[in-house]
Design a protein around this ligand. Structure first.
Ligand code: C5P
Length: 361
């Protein structure tokens, strides 16, 4: 009798675990699709904001605003999870930031790196033609894969490595043809190519490391993804303010924090904040390499949208490059067959790992 009820409980437990896994799979694909759309729209917004003549807003203040918007959103989401109970929210924050202060301190590492990276990207975009920046920044696909192998002990099949290289080639072909289209238009006075190049290379390494570090922290503990982002956002805001004071303190003192903030700048800020939150969800339910593929697909989508919005002409290079990117996504997602294990196990897909159940999410 006891054996039967124990067996029943076990089956129910198995069913619950399967249901959780299926729900996680759905979240994984839904968040990836939204990330593709968000990435494509942010590229278009930035492109638009950069083509408008007039005063330039302070990029350091925009970095701070993005952090504040993310922080506020996460607090509202946690409050929602606590059914609007402010006391419970305060207890959750106290626990996450004071009681488990070591967990909080761990988030200082990616926060510092992301603040550096978010500022460096503006340096890179200001010193390089936009297209060169986009091509170079795709090298983060390789740095992400390398850090995933080193820090998370993920194993990629040779086909997956090849698909990463095909992805890079496809993106480079798509982007370089656009460079010819817009040669000269992106050149601004005072650009220093080497500074831009160094900034984008450091961004690639930092993007790979910070993303994988965040993935490791998120998947290794039971803390809610929103609480993790609150921890990240607090450090991010403080560090962003420090960077702002150091770089633009005097000018902002004279002209104001919101100098030259147009509705479109706000669009970019909210879009980037949404992107940051989506990154956290994608990293939790999928992984950083899939996130990199999503970013690449969105370059294709934003280019196709440019046909209608900016009169971009699709040529044979674009078709070849886009074909390579889509082929690479397909190759990468093929199930990995391990000859030694294939007789006894399901084909392993390294990214479908069981995620520990979160506290409060
Ligand atoms: O280019 P990359 O994919 O590395 O950019 C990731 C972006 O997502 C950064 O701007 C970072 O600030 C943001 N992010 C976030 N919250 C996380 C992880 C990343 O806002 N949990």
């Amino acid at each position: 009798m006891a054996g039967t009820s124990a067996g029943k409980a076990e089956t129910e437990g198995d069913e619950q675990a399967t249901r959780r896994l299926t729900a996680n799979e759905k979240l994984k694909y839904a968040s990836l699709v939204v990330l593709v759309i968000q990435n494509a729209s942010v590229i278009l917004c930035i492109r638009y904001v950069r083509t408008i003549p007039g005063n330039r807003f302070f990029s350091t203040s925009a970095v701070v605003m993005v952090e504040l918007v993310k922080l506020g959103t996460c607090l509202i989401l946690i409050l929602g999870q606590k059914r609007g109970n402010v006391k419970e929210l305060a207890a959750c924050l106290y626990n996450g930031m004071v009681v488990e202060y070591m967990d909080m301190l761990k988030m200082a590492v990616p926060s510092l790196i992301y603040t550096l990276q978010n500022n460096l990207q503006y340096v890179a975009i200001s010193n390089l033609p936009a297209v060169t920046f986009q091509v170079m920044y795709q090298f983060k696909i390789l740095t992400t894969a390398l850090f995933s192998v080193l820090m998370l002990k993920k194993s990629l099949s040779w086909l997956q490595w090849v698909s990463l290289l095909i992805l890079l080639t496809g993106i480079a072909i798509v982007q370089v043809t656009q460079e010819e289209e817009r040669a000269g238009k992106d050149q601004a006075p005072g650009q220093i190519y080497l500074v831009g190049l160094m900034a984008v290379l450091v961004s690639c390494v930092s993007s790979g490391f910070a993303g994988v570090y965040f993935e490791k922290t998120l998947k290794g503990t039971s803390a809610s993804v929103w609480l993790r982002n609150v921890q990240l956002g607090i450090f991010g805001t403080l560090l962003g303010l420090l960077a702002m004071w150091w770089k633009d303190g005097q000018d902002i003192g004279e002209k104001g924090f919101f100098f030259a903030y147009t509705p479109m700048v706000w669009c970019v800020i909210f879009n980037q904040a949404l992107g940051g939150l989506l990154v956290a969800v994608v990293v939790k339910y999928a992984d950083n390499i899939l996130k990199a593929f999503a970013a690449s697909l969105s370059i294709i989508i934003s280019t196709v949208a440019s046909v209608y919005l900016f009169g971009f002409i699709v040529d044979v290079y674009f078709v070849v490059g886009a074909g390579l990117v889509i082929g690479a996504v397909y190759l990468y997602s093929l199930p990995k067959v391990n000859p030694a294990a294939s007789l006894t196990q399901e084909p392993e897909s390294y990214n479908t790992k069981t995620i520990p159940k979160e506290k409060g999410s």
